[in-house]
Design a protein around this ligand. Sequence first.
Ligand code: GLA
Length: 390
Amino acid sequence: MRHDNRRRAPALFACVAITVLTAAGTMAAEPASRPAAAPIAVDQHGPAIKDVYKNHFLIGTAGDLPGNYSDQEMALARENFGIVTPENCMKPAPVHPGEDTWRFERPDALVKWCVDNKIAVHGHTLVWHAQTNDWFFRDGDKAKVTQRLKDHISTLVGRYKGKIHGWDVVNEAISDRGNAQTADTENLRNSSWVQTIGPEFLALAFKFAHEADPDAKLYYNDYGIEAGPKHASSMVLLKRLIKDGAPVHGVGIQGHWSTNGLPYAALDKAIADYASLGLKVSITELDVTIRGSAGGQFGPGPGGRRFGTGTPASPEDLKLQADAYARLFAILIKHKNAVERVTFWGLSDRRTWRFGQNPLIFDSNNQRKPAYLAIVDALLHPKPELAAPR
Ligand code: GLA
């Protein structure tokens, strides 16, 4: 697929450099002793992130496009991203709500829009413990549930064969409750898949997906696998899958992080670990909240501070976030031979599941944030010392 769509949205690119200003209300609340940081000017006309990174890795966004997105948002997606992950519409529950019921309208529209615009698609997700309806497991013994798994994967992957760059085949199979004792085990989550089929559900899922589309890149995707016992368990699991001949091509590190404690050193090591197994690595659901916690919480940040809509983050906060993204991308650039793709989990601070915490690179008004500039700069004016793990 080509990723060099050059069409521009007049409305979006007509504006000149903007200045990110702290909202008047927030300024008034600042302690008098603390001087306000200078606003950061962000050039809205500079090179597009996907073009800057085209010789390194794919840059993606997530969303159930085209859906109810505005023309301006669609232009933003087209202009800046080379690959789209459907945020919800290909998950088991929405796409396959009953054994004989499929809902292909939204996935079909997404794939068509991407193909028409020469944008790649990353399918998400075939097998998961969440957003999966009970019918998969109802009255099913191992053989029956395996057959349902196969039918689900063959139908979905087969429908888009040749049009999908890759798939998250299995999402989040490893338990969060890891410790020193579990670190040398797979420590699988006790999901309905494990209960009915057993740990071999993973290898089977990869095999079924590969049969349905032999050219698709097949990923294991999870959060928190870059560090600690969960990382160790992911290595055990991936080694087993490879040994069993499962066609696994890559590992997706979701990347729901915060400027509080981004795991730079762990990430640096984790990418090298996965690459040593011959696997590609992608950051599949990237968002970095400002001073919030890492992980999956929805909505406003700490203390109910809500700076998602209409109330921009302060210049200090935007700078903090831009610096974090710069360090993160310095590490990803260092590992460019292993990294295949970096996908932001949403289009803008208005289109994000962590709404209210300003985690993305476009603000609520679809304007490039300092973080956007910092990521572009990380490649155009590299500072390799930023990639030194701490
Ligand atoms: C996980 C899933 C995603 C999404 C997020 C929340 O990370 O992989 O599909 O559901 O949770 O948006």
